[in-house]
Design a protein around this ligand. Sequence first.
Ligand code: ZN
Length: 110
Amino acid sequence: MEISGIGEMTPGSISEQFNVCGNPNCRCKDPDNPQKHGPYLQLSYTRKKKSTTEFVRKEIAVDVRKAIENYHAFRKLTEEWVDLSIEIRKLRRQGYRKRTNPTTNKTSDG
Ligand SMILES: [Zn+2]
């Protein structure tokens, strides 16, 4: 997978909410068998130490779920990338150590 192909992404998870309304005669206030309104979808996530809950319309729920998937895929990729970079640096360090003349430190840049 390439980064440019990932598209939109969001942290968090989608959950279903059931609400009661302000109408005292509504089915959601039925004393015997209350039927709450819903399910409503909401997206909950914590970003920059601030937790947020967003209402998600059913029509875009599939897009938001995709964005959550993308986020996890992206995080997995970057974690692997970081791990790989650490590993490469470690190998490089070991390689330098084995060289007989450590003062020769020419770079091949440019
Ligand atoms: Zn109601």
